[in-house]
Design a protein around this ligand. Structure first.
Ligand SMILES: [Zn+2]
Length: 386
């Protein structure tokens, strides 16, 4: 029997990015409401489905929308500020004072809208954000029609939207209650990093994430300095330090993890922590190169992030995918490290798992959200291709 769908995308090279990496050279996708109803060969699908709207994809690649696993979208308004500084000088001496002076709800809404336009341009349909006035990030993102994990930042010192951590924590809970269950927005909490948190912050942010079953987003071991300071002060590296406060019992998205050792990787894998790898940001701020091939070997879900525009200068996810593959090859001495398929998975199916949205997006499968992009591969700089 012929089934009804809302939209039928036909004549596409369908790249599913599911567990079996299915692809259909002359494929089609049926969509009803906001979810995928059918995926397969065009000949078969056009017999099975009828839709009032049929979109001819003209041989372009139809694939899952990309997932930006770590960013700070309002920072689009700070592009180019404080280039060529090391991370601690850049963040604590430059960016944070600028933010305390200028960041307001209007700033956040405007910056998010601009970032959403840039993200759409590079094929991103989902992202994990960490910033201030996160309610405004959620508002602007939902208005743009993108999917996001919106994580309210908590710091041990005054921030643009809170004079104390208690205030930031209360704002996080208010935002979580407001947005929980929204079709596009997943509210969450973000103790910024171990070195910008207190024991109280780590404990209460974890309790909040667990209470509402929402993700917890945190920067981990971004620089060697962070690890050295943690070793000096607490006699242990960053991951075991955070483990003491049960942080990993929440659904954690760990940004960077540039300087974690083998034991820390095993721990993160055991807890089901998602890692967000940020190649450009780690290079621009001279943070180092994360050991991504080893993390993948151990079975960690590693996503790719742009980080904020201030530590990147753009939100081009295809550039990040390419860099993730090349960095892994160049730093490991192994040209087979992070092949193209893995790099794309890190920005789609595995990327979605890394931000704990794997059940909703990241691959073209029946029942998942219809987060679709079309990629034109017949451009001058890509012709001919094999
Ligand atoms: Zn960041």
């Amino acid at each position: 029997m012929v089934q009804k769908a809302d939209k039928l995308f036909i004549n596409a090279h369908v790249l599913c990015m599911d567990d079996d990496f299915n692809r259909y050279e002359k494929g089609a996708v049926a969509v009803t409401g906001d979810h995928i109803q059918g995926v397969g060969n065009m000949d078969q699908l056009t017999k099975e489905y009828q839709a009032p709207e049929v979109i001819d994809c003209k041989g372009k690649i139809l694939m899952p929308g990309l997932v930006d696993a770590h960013t700070h979208v309002p920072m689009n308004l700070l592009r180019g500020l404080g280039d060529d500084l090391r991370l601690d000088v850049w963040l604590l001496g430059f960016i944070m004072p600028v933010e305390r002076e200028f960041v307001s709800p209007e700033f956040v809404h405007l910056g998010t809208s601009l970032a959403c336009a840039e993200l759409i341009r590079s094929g991103v349909t989902s992202f994990a954000d960490m910033y201030y006035f996160e309610d405004q990030v959620a508002e602007a993102t939902a208005a743009a029609g993108l999917r996001a994990i919106c994580c309210q930042t908590i710091l041990k010192f005054p921030s643009p939207d809170a004079d104390s951590f208690e205030e930031a924590l209360a704002a996080s809970e208010t935002m979580i209650k407001k947005w929980k269950g929204h079709p596009l927005i997943t509210p969450a909490v973000a103790p910024h990093a171990a070195y910008t948190s207190t024991v109280d912050i780590l404990g209460s942010a974890t309790a909040l994430a667990q209470k509402y079953d929402v993700p917890l987003h945190i920067h981990i071991a971004e620089t060697s300095q962070e690890v050295e300071d943690c070793l000096d002060e607490f006699d242990m590296p960053v991951v075991p330090y955070l483990e003491q406060f049960d942080v990993f019992n929440a659904k954690v998205i760990a940004a960077h993890c540039v300087h974690i050792d083998e034991r820390e990787m095993h721990k993160l894998e055991r807890y089901g922590v998602g890692v967000a790898h940020n190649p450009t940001s780690n290079l621009k701020l001279s943070s180092g190169i994360a050991k991504i091939p080893r993390m993948l070997e151990l079975g960690l879900n590693v996503g790719i992030g742009t980080d904020g525009v201030s530590s990147n200068n753009d939100l081009d996810m295809f550039e990040e995918i390419r860099l993730a593959a090349l960095l892994a090859k160049g730093s490991s001495g192994d040209p087979t490290a992070v092949p193209a398929r893995t790099a794309i998975a890190m920005a789609s199916s595995m990327g979605a798992k890394s931000i704990h949205l794997g059940d909703q997006t990241g691959s073209l499968e029946v029942g998942k959200k219809a987060d679709l992009i079309l990629v034109n591969i017949d451009t001058l700089h890509n012709s001919p291709h094999y």
